[in-house]
Design a protein around this ligand. Structure first.
Ligand code: UT7
Length: 329
């Protein structure tokens, strides 16, 4: 019997309408378009507005679009995994809420928390359920409403993040397309540099934690930057080396979109030229779990069957990883 691989067979995406430009941020905090653009590559980001709206309201439209494109009924979905750092609630899982909102009544699911590497961790997890032969349609969502944990008086973080979601459908393939290899890593000692101080069991939310603004993202940017440059490049080079892939074999690098300078360093290390790097950070900023599927969503029409893609991410935790996949359509 031929080996089953998990192939992406459709992509959906969703970004909210409201555009938070560098120009608007210049009026909110002590920053400039020049600083933000030169240090990060970001020009604008999308923000989900509206009382009572959460991450599932980003993920659900992405999944519905994916079902429409794939020509499937949500009832056909066996499993839905949602990578997110900004779940609708501490519990239940946002995956459960998305399955309810899209009418995927036959699916089970859960969330994966791996910060900016969440989509890769979820993609690899989902692929194993397909490879087992037991499940035929697994949806992997990467969704974050980063505006819900961003302090819009802190110029060091509020210029970085945006809201958005992407989703992919995984189906079995026996012709060698789909996910070929992956490397996932984590190092919990990095948590001190990038985390949310309160809101969890160590420091449950209280008036004190709210007054101290501990329910927002905390980041010490430089150590994160240094680790991201080294680890995202290392893991991308490693997956290429162990599969005998050269830069010229790669059709696209699909990097997490945290900082254009980190992306450029990774591409240089992989000997991949700029035109083969998916880059939309200028329009969406860092949407955490959303960045990689949103790239696939935007580039889907330009991809060809058999294209070699390297997906790479680095994020809070620390977590990082790379995936090599052969595009299936
Ligand atoms: O996706 C999850 C993983 N996260 C990342 O990968 C992010 C990694 N880190 C980074 O991308 C960068 O460290 C940042 C973009 C966050 C910051 O860039 P940087 O080049 O490392 O700047 P810095 O933190 O060293 O700050 C340089 C200066 C400081 O001023 P002084 O101390 O030199 O006077 C900051 O206060 O820039 C100042 N600064 C700003 N100035 C204008 C910080 N934020 C701003 C701002 N506008 N928004």
């Amino acid at each position: 019997m031929s080996k089953i691989t998990a192939a992406i067979t459709a992509v959906g995406g969703y970004v909210p309408e409201f555009v938070l430009s560098n120009g608007i941020l210049e009026k909110m905090v002590d920053t400039t378009d020049e600083w933000i653009t030169s240090r990060t590559g970001i020009k604008e980001r999308r923000i989900l507005k509206g009382e009572g709206k959460g991450t599932s309201d980003l993920g659900a439209p992405a999944v519905l679009e994916l079902c429409k494109k794939a020509g499937i009924d949500p009832l056909e979905i066996d499993m839905l995994i949602c990578a997110t750092t900004t779940p609708d609630f501490v519990f239940p899982a946002t995956a459960n809420i998305i399955t309810d909102k899209v009418g995927a009544k036959n699916a089970f699911g859960y969330d994966i928390s791996a910060a900016c590497s969440g989509f890769l961790f979820a993609l690899v997890t989902g692929s194993k359920f397909i490879e087992s032969g037991q499940y035929k349609k697994v949806v992997v969502v990467g969704a974050d409403k980063m505006s819900s944990i961003t302090d819009y008086t802190d110029r060091t973080t509020c210029v970085l993040f945006g809201d958005g979601a992407g989703a992919v459908l995984l189906e079995p393939n026996t012709e060698g397309y789909g996910i070929k290899d992956s490397i996932l890593r984590s190092d919990g000692s990095g948590r001190v540099y990038l985390h949310q101080k309160s809101g969890g069991s160590v420091s449950p939310p209280s008036y004190k934690t709210i007054d101290a603004k501990e329910h927002f993202v905390y980041q010490d940017g430089q150590p994160v930057f240094k680790s991201a440059v080294v680890n995202m490049a290392d893991v991308s080079a490693e997956i290429m080396e162990r599969n005998n892939l050269q830069g010229s074999d790669i059709a696209w690098l699909v990097p997490h979109q945290a900082n254009k300078r980190i992306i450029d360093a990774t591409a240089r290390r992989m000997e991949i030229s700029d035109e083969k790097v998916m880059l939309n950070i200028q329009r969406y900023g860092n949407t955490t779990s959303g960045t990689i599927p949103l790239c696939l969503w935007e580039w889907e029409k330009t991809l060809n069957k058999g294209d070699n893609l390297i997906l790479a991410a680095f994020g809070g935790g620390f977590t990082w990883g790379s995936v090599w996949l052969k595009w299936a359509y």
